[in-house]
Design a protein around this ligand. Structure first.
Ligand code: PLP
Length: 387
């Protein structure tokens, strides 16, 4: 029985096989810089259909090396969506670039291609890089966003932190048909986990090589990348200024066994989301829209409290759920409303759709270990909260 135990909004699912894989690494010769990271990279390249995969210690690091590889410099400009975790914007600031935002659509809660076109038409300066965010596991409208970016000679990084295993327009997310680089997160609340971890996919070998350099000090022993062509056997070349963003062997081994269960994870999320769709249909809620072009990875099940149909506030529903040990959460406080971004001159009201969604949003539990009995408790409690 699930009893009155705490039900989080998201949680990792760790099998005995995952544990055995990690223990094997601890007994092996390599805790870092061994065979597991390339094995994990190959596994994700296969899942996504990408030619190249570069594993790092977080999605934040992956976004950072992606910006560096695309040549983002101090004084550069990045546009992203306000409805995201702060990292999507912060990486641009860490490169010394300026950040601005493009508001989201009220259908998929992702960057609005119409808003993007309108902003470009008015902009004194085009961004160097666009970072659309695939909210809740469902792809942004990449056919349009990619076409607009191409027409304006803007590079594109997909922040696909929510959607390893998702599909868009018949292809896996990460195949990059409309972008330069696609980034995934393996934080424990995401679809598969490496504890902390992230990865960037690309079809462009030169970008993959650059991200590989930035992940490890800008240092290489690859003869193709070395500056000195007649190096002594012990020599390595530092050819760029990089960081230590390496993923460990422990993390990568966990990623390999987790990735083997990816289809199972996604199938369970879909089954549970369909149960929510049916059970919540008559409540005063706006349920997540399924884009027919997308097979969402369903990282989140974000509901909006339909304030036109109930006097209950989001805060009241949040408190009721938390008091019943149900770990609802809110995704996301719009990035431009954070104190740091306010200090850069952004103001509440700047991106009204993101703020409208934020004012109503509540993410309810969805993860592999969520059973039907647990979900029934969530549904019942939510009904009580709205009554
Ligand atoms: C989780 C997340 C990140 C950051 O991922 P980390 O692996 O924790 O660095 C970035 N963007 C989005 C949209 C996320 O959800």
């Amino acid at each position: 029985m699930s009893g009155a135990g705490f039900i989080p909004y998201g949680r990792q699912d760790i099998s005995e096989e995952d544990i055995a894989a990690v223990v094997d690494v601890l007994r092996s010769d390599f805790l870092t810089q061994g065979p597991q990271v390339p094995t994990f990279e190959s596994a994700i390249a296969e899942v996504t259909g990408a030619a190249h995969a570069v594993a790092v210690n977080s999605a934040t690091s992956a976004l950072h090396v992606a910006c560096l590889a695309l040549g983002l410099k101090p004084g550069g400009l990045v546009w992203t969506a306000p409805n995201t975790f702060v990292a999507s914007a912060n990486v641009a600031r860490l490169c010394g670039a300026e950040v601005d935002f493009v508001d989201i659509r009220d259908s998929d809660y992702c960057m609005d291609p119409d808003a993007l076109e309108a902003k470009l038409a008015q902009a004194e300066r085009k961004p160097d890089i666009l970072i659309p965010v695939h909210f809740a596991g469902q792809s942004a409208d990449m056919k349009r966003i990619g076409a607009i970016a191409k027409a304006h000679d803007i590079r594109v990084i997909e922040d696909a932190s929510h959607c390893i295993g998702g599909r868009y327009d018949g292809q896996p997310i990460g195949a990059c048909p409309h972008s330069d680089i696609c980034v995934f997160s393996f934080h424990p609340v995401k679809i598969i986990t490496t504890a902390e971890g992230g990865l960037a996919t690309t079809q462009d070998k030169a970008l993959a090589d650059l991200m590989g350099l930035y992940r490890s000090h800008g240092v290489t022993r690859d003869p193709d990348l070395m500056a000195r062509k007649h190096a002594e056997p012990w020599e390595y070349d530092q050819v760029a200024l990089g960081l230590n963003y390496r993923m460990t062997e422990i993390q990568a081994a966990l990623g390999v066994t987790q990735a083997a269960r990816l289809d199972d994870f996604i199938a369970h999320r879909h089954k549970m989301a369909r149960r929510y769709d049916a059970a919540l249909a008559d409540l005063p809620l706006i349920l997540p829209w399924q884009n027919p072009d997308s097979h969402s990875a369903l990282h989140l099940y974000p509901i909006l409290i339909d304030t036109g149909k109930t006097n209950r506030t989001r805060r009241e529903v949040f408190d009721h759920m938390r008091a019943a040990s149900i770990g609802v959460n809110v995704h996301y406080q719009p990035v431009h409303t954070q104190p740091y971004y306010q200090s850069l001159g952004f103001r509440p009201g700047d991106f009204p759709v993101s703020e409208w969604v934020y004012a109503r949003a509540l993410s309810i539990p969805l993860y592999h270990g969520l059973t039907e009995a647990m979900q029934d408790r969530v549904i019942e409690t939510l009904g009580d909260a709205l009554r």
